[in-house]
Design a protein around this ligand. Sequence first.
Ligand code: ADP
Length: 486
Amino acid sequence: MSVQLTQPALLKSHSYIGGEWVSSASGKTFAITNPSNGEHLIDVQDLGAQETTQAVEAAAIAQKDWQSRTAKERATLMRRWNQLILENQDDLAALMTLEQGKPFAEAKGEVLYGASFIDWFADEARRLNGDTIPTFAKDKRVLTIKQPIGVVAAITPWNFPIAMITRKAGPALAAGCAIVIKPSDETPLCALALAELAHQAGIPAGVLNVVVGRDAKAIGGVLTGHPTVRKLSFTGSTTVGKLLLSQCAQTVKRTSMELGGNAPFIVFDDADLDAAVEGAIASKYRNAGQTCVCANRLLIQEGVYDAFAEKLAKRVAEFKTGDGFSEGVTIGPLINNAAIGKVEQLVSDAVQQGAKALVGGTKSDVGERFFEPTVLTGVTDDMDIFSNEIFGPVAPLFKFKTEEEAVAMANNTPFGLASYFYSQNIARIWRVSEALEYGMVGINEGIISSEVAPFGGVKESGSGREGSQYGIDEYVEIKYLCMGGL
Ligand code: ADP
């Protein structure tokens, strides 16, 4: 590996089950490579259904002790884990840049963001209050208590290799649940490093398990089919999410689904254009456009369309594409060849049908998996790029005339995760905020994610909320106690 870690113990090739680092039963391994240059980083153990079952069983045993501890005890261990994540920020970020490609400064930002969920939910652990409810009969009393839902499974994607895990592990551990995590096989190194730090923090064996393997179907089959798992939290594509939902139906598991998006980013004539350009830069191009809340369709009112396009193109031309460790780089590679192929196809289809690239528009010559940051004008809603999640550094600019038309275009999708709009008119701000069929709305703001706010979507973008005071509810059952004979 080309980068030296301060704490070499954070680089792991084995999975973490029941507090032990385990090999695959089959003896198989697979290679983790750097998307920036194809460098071979390490071979990791390739686990499957058998070891996943072991992990679920280990979690079930650990859960008993974990849930019986006081919230304060759990919070103390979580805070230690949080502290270790922060202390190892550079190593975790380096692993992330190596396996995922995002620029090192951005990776460091994700480590902080990821840690914030552990910190936040360590506090929330102590606020899982029940209720006393005014009774319905003189001789009865009505109470509720909140209890951990049971063993939790988490299946996570590659675009935020740390934050997508902590956002699930934080509330699960706080609530008193044990968790089995299946990270993406593109980015298991961050997940395993998090497990090592949880181990160092003293999180008890079996409370947090990480199973790494290429056979997602087999591992997912156990996580969705095993009756001991009581909840699945999934972040990934809508296609896989639907499949997992149907699998979970057999044992009636609780699910949280954070699926695909098709975020509109609307700029009205009355917007502060410079602020809108900065918002678009932040929302669209973060992680080279590979986030589920990235602006996917920029809807620009006709009066400001040309001015906005020109200003945006000028800013986009300032991006520096390259390896995430190189000085000044702001756009890294896409995750794999398939991702590059998809972006190329969407852009060339739009261009063939009359769209124009003001800047970019092609693969970059920096390396095989790099795409030039791009702004496309003259894009229309009958092109594929309108309805597909691009997941690349490409901003297609659609033109609209009226507010009504913009809202209709924005809502014309089965997805409903993040949305954004820019306007200085307070009445319009309320109207549009209420009319957008989305779980999240950025108003004159392009960056909305935070541990304090509820993250999640409506329609086919999923169900459930992560982070905030609501996030822990997904991991508890409300039990009703009725005391009679009083
Ligand atoms: P993405 O396009 O972001 O990779 P996916 O939905 O394909 O989205 O992957 C998200 C996570 O789901 C990854 O950890 C992946 O390995 C896992 N996954 C993919 N297919 C399945 C499946 N059939 N069962 C369980 N997990 C799966």
